[in-house]
Design a protein around this ligand. Structure first.
Ligand code: CUA
Length: 178
């Protein structure tokens, strides 16, 4: 109880209790164990992606997205006329996140490798591909680049995994692999 001042004025010079020392040792051991699990998961659990990050601006990144959309759009989808973009295999692919959408829809080829650049136009978002184990933060001012080789055909959802406001739950994008 800390309502009354300690009776012993120099209480911090008391010898440490054995039990307290034990708890400190347990907590420290656990902290070191969890710390070592980070590289372990990265290598063996495929939890963390090997990605690259570069400085950019929303303006510069938006221009790259628009250039790709202008060049490689194959059709439009949904009532909002989202472009479906099929960039050439092996190329650099750009995807932007903003309140509250992923843009554009991508159509990739199975077995081909792409460099996928992702950035945000406004706030922090989370890029998560379902049902695959791909998940990273998307921050304005930085473009994150991952090298991907889709090995399954189908339709994949991009879910925003970082709370970004009132429309967060509707921030769902799409990637086709064929
Ligand atoms: Cu974007 Cu949550």
């Amino acid at each position: 109880m800390a309502i009354a001042p300690p009776s012993e004025k120099i209480w911090w010079k008391e010898p440490i209790e054995r039990v307290e020392l034990l708890w400190v040792a347990i907590a420290l051991t656990w902290a070191i164990f969890m710390f070592l699990m980070m590289p372990y998961w990265h290598v063996y659990g495929k939890q963390n992606l090997s990605n690259e990050a570069y400085r950019t601006t929303p303006e510069a990144f938006g221009k790259k997205v628009e250039a790709m959309v202008a060049q490689h759009t194959v059709r439009k989808e949904t009532a909002r006329e989202y472009p479906v973009v099929a960039p050439p295999a092996g190329s650099d692919v750009y995807l932007l996140g903003r309140l509250w959408e992923w843009y554009p829809i991508l159509e990739l080829e199975k077995g081909k490798t792409y460099r996928l650049h992702v950035s945000s136009m406004d706030w922090q978002h989370g890029f998560s591909v379902q049902p695959e184990n791909i998940n990273f933060q998307v921050v304005p001012g930085y473009e994150t680049v991952i090298t991907v080789t889709p090995d399954k055909a189908g339709e994949f959802s991009i879910v925003c995994n970082e709370y970004c406001g009132i429309g967060h739950h509707n921030m769902v994008g799409k990637i086709y692999v064929k």
